[in-house]
Write a protein that binds this ligand. Structure first.
Ligand code: HEC
Ligand code: HEC
Length: 289
């Protein structure tokens, strides 16, 4: 270090390197920089001790804290699961009306019901639940079997005219023509009367006779004024909402041969919680009572 000497102008020592009389100053590192540098080294050492850091063949050193990002994900999943299990347990035990009036439970239930609907129900009731010929619209407040929570729950659990379930909803409209219960004339008169109930174009001269046939043969299931009777699943005939169709031909066909709409029972296939979720979902579609 014999070549080192102090530069006159800056007062700084030189490194001893010299090129054509030009010497390199040996300016010391600023204090703040050095301390920051030492601090990062210290921090790295602490980190290596506490956290997984040094790669090994198939894993890495574990670190004293035992932390891992995978473990963190697992713990988060677990906590989501326990909170869900709590909600599912509440769904299992609480009555439908209480779930309906608790906004958090209701949102949880209908979300589950919606996904169960899209798996099990769309093929018949449609993806928007608006139904099609023979398959009722579930969005409106026109109910065949009742639109309160209990009625919907029973329908979904036991189905409609589903022979394999002994508590299924029964009642079948007789085939008035095929089984020769009524004569052709009576059938065509009562068809005109049914058309008149929904204020559709009809033959007014047949209505009086049709009304008599109706009160004798039809009112027991469809109501005195055709308002429908939910105990018997008899659709309202005075609201211009049709399950099978409101043209003269279709009504005549219904009365002649009857219909046998079958809705499967889900109590055997889906667990009780899912059925409750479906009930609340259907109830929420707009027509729930
Ligand atoms: C195989 C076809 C089919 C499937 C699948 C089906 N349904 Fe139905 N559903 C029907 C038919 C047909 C009726 C009407 C029966 C009748 O004429 O009374 C009906 C009626 C209903 C009713 C009664 C409506 C009222 O006005 O009272 C509800 C509620 C209902 N279904 C809900 C569901 C739900 C929820 C699912 C899915 C879990 C489902 N359905 C799956 C065919 C089906
Ligand atoms: C035992 C009860 C019962 C009797 C009696 C009965 N019906 Fe029905 N009717 C029903 C049921 C249940 C349905 C729905 C059928 C289905 O969903 O498969 C229905 C459906 C209908 C429909 C179709 C409605 C629509 O929205 O498409 C018409 C129309 C109808 N009935 C007219 C009559 C007339 C007219 C008579 C008398 C001559 C009569 N019904 C007697 C139970 C009855």
């Amino acid at each position: 270090m014999s070549d080192r000497h102090v530069d006159q102008i800056s007062g700084t020592e030189t490194t001893g390197h010299e090129w054509d009389g030009i010497r390199e100053l040996d300016t010391p590192m600023p204090r703040w920089w050095l301390w920051t540098f030492y601090a990062t080294i210290a921090w790295a050492l602490v980190y290596v001790v506490l956290y997984p850091a040094i790669p090994l063949v198939s894993s890495a050193t574990k670190g004293l804290l035992g932390y891992s990002s995978r473990g963190e994900v697992a713990a988060e999943l677990k906590s989501v699961e326990t909170s869900r299990a709590g909600l599912l347990e509440k769904l299992r035990t609480l009555p439908l009306s209480e779930i309906r009036s608790d906004p958090e439970m209701f949102a949880f239930a209908t979300a589950g019901g919606k996904s169960a609907y899209s798996i099990n129900c769309v093929q018949c009731h449609g993806s928007g639940a608006s139904g099609s010929k023979g398959y009722p619209n579930l969005n409106d407040d026109d109910w065949l079997w009742g639109g309160d929570l209990e009625a919907i729950h029973t329908t979904i659990r036991h189905g409609i005219r589903f022979d394999a379930d002994e508590d299924t909803r029964l009642s079948e409209m007789p085939a008035f023509g095929r089984d020769e219960i009524l004569e052709k004339k009576q059938i065509s008169d009562v068809t005109e009367y049914v058309l008149s109930l929904s204020k559709l174009e009809h033959d007014a001269s047949a209505v009086a006779n049709g009304a008599a046939v109706f009160s004798e043969n039809c009112a027991s299931c469809h109501g005195d004024t055709g308002q429908g009777l939910q105990e018997f699943g008899g659709p309202a005939l005075n609201d211009a909402i049709w399950l099978f169709g409101g043209s003269r031909e279709i009504i005549l066909e219904t009365i002649t041969n009857s219909r046998k709409g079958v809705m499967p029972a889900w109590g055997h296939r889906l667990d009780p919680v899912t059925i409750k979720q479906l009930t609340l979902f259907v109830h929420s579609l707009g027509g729930g009572k």
